[in-house]
Ligand binder design. Sequence first.
Ligand SMILES: NC(=O)c1ccc[n+]([C@@H]2O[C@H](COP(=O)([O-])OP(=O)(O)OC[C@H]3O[C@@H](n4cnc5c(N)ncnc54)[C@H](OP(=O)(O)O)[C@@H]3O)[C@@H](O)[C@H]2O)c1
Length: 517
Amino acid sequence: MQSHDTDRHPFLQGLSRHRGVPPTVIVIFGASGDLTARKLVPAIYNLGLDNLLPSDFYLIGFGRKAIQDEAFREMTQTDVQKYSRRPLHPEFWEHLSEKVLYHTGDYDQVEAYKALGERIDVIEKNLGRDIQLLFYISTPPTVFKPILENLGASGLAARHAGTALASKIIIEKPFGRDLDSAKGLNQVLRQQFQESQVFRIDHYLGKETVQDLLVQRFSNSIFEPIWNFRYVDCIQITVAEELGVGTRGGYYDQSGALRDMIQNHTMQLLSLVAMEPPVSLSPEDIRDEKVKLLKAIQPVDLRPEGGDVIRAHYTEGLVSGERVPGYTQEQGIPADSFTETYAAIRLFINNWRWQGVPIYLRSGKRMPRRVSEIAVQFKQPPGALFSDTARFDLAPNTMVMQIQPDEGTTLLINSKIPGLETRTQPVKMHFRYSTTFGSNTPEAYERLILDAMGGDGTLFIRGDETETSWGIFTPILDFWQSGGRRGLETYASGSWGPVAADRLLWERKHEWRRPGP
Ligand SMILES: NC(=O)c1ccc[n+]([C@@H]2O[C@H](COP(=O)([O-])OP(=O)(O)OC[C@H]3O[C@@H](n4cnc5c(N)ncnc54)[C@H](OP(=O)(O)O)[C@@H]3O)[C@@H](O)[C@H]2O)c1
């Protein structure tokens, strides 16, 4: 008989693997929502399966819908069955689900939070010990502020303040929609929490490849000496989606590619790939270097002719052989919308390491395939030996770190084609996580929830970091808003973006990569 994978896990023997996490209640605000179902509940379940949850652990869903504890347990069981990377283990689920509760209340009513506090008092009394609270705000951003204020007014935010059990809070993206709103949100947060209690999430930071960036850069002696303007010709960061706006058109039209992807995900990737070595691996040392890098980014040139920014939205086209509508034909999108579904930006980092090296960022919906990657393209050697282009097909050396799908690193080098003649061709050296380490690695949310429970903010965005990043992009958003449709390009669904975006690279003799396996 095939043995169950999880039978070996130590929860059955009462062993704890993760000693650093104190007893915890995770309270998810917006627990009847999509993110909770698809990511948060499966992540918590898988942490439990690996015995990484503390021995005293509770999950409380919070929301407006009247849901009984038992009904929420059934909902979460279905979530695990549908979305967990590992199957439901009945015995473990029975053990965990006893600790799953639901609390119904309005986000803007302090009484609901006080009543939640009373339920937590009962849990503590029954346990005979104090317990830390980790709030996970997984609602639409319109309710972030009332939740934060009521966590303060009810005393939940200040519970066990000054001790290792001080409350902590994870806050979902989007963190603001421009510099002013991000500052405003930070201000509300700081009224209730210390920065060390706040965990602003960008799930890209929980991905293996993203965490591996620092390891690959700083633990291998072959990369660091060439990781600078002397050897690097350009860096391209692509975050492409195959999907359109789907049923979330109303939300997306208020956001756009710059807010939804570039300001957060691509900037996280850029800061990790370009920052200086941190003094240590402590959260503050790493985040200090990320902020320093962001501060060195030059203001972008907004001129329509010859500037650094391109925006566009998709028109009808073919994606994976299927005809799909244009952006303004999508459900919930006004016909005169000028929200960009694609943005490309050329940045320069004004520091010793990166002076003059163009950084090209792009993100779009309805592209030929879903892919997120960082490509570091190196300068080509003097070509005297191999200048005959009929025989020698040469490409610049490029190191590609692919974040999704199919996480891994590829190095593009030139090689001789076997045969009696000397001919060359670019070839790829591949490292794939799934091949080397197996495919069942933890999901980003598992690592992030575990770190937040343990108070480790390394993989979360600090307040000054988010403000610095918004400071780079808010002038672009303001410029686009004031210009209406002026300068808005289009691209056919299923293409890699508007032709106009090629100009950003041609000006420096570069070309967009065609990302792929
Ligand atoms: N879904 C994803 O894949 C994803 C990915 C990355 C980031 N995020 C972020 O994670 C957060 C949650 O996303 P989600 O997709 O789970 O959201 P959602 O399903 O739209 O909403 C989550 C819950 O919040 C409550 N809610 C919804 N609209 C509300 C409103 N106008 N006022 C008050 N409460 C409202 C609802 O619960 P009740 O009615 O029961 O109160 C709802 O079930 C958002 O900030 C989103 O940007 C989501």
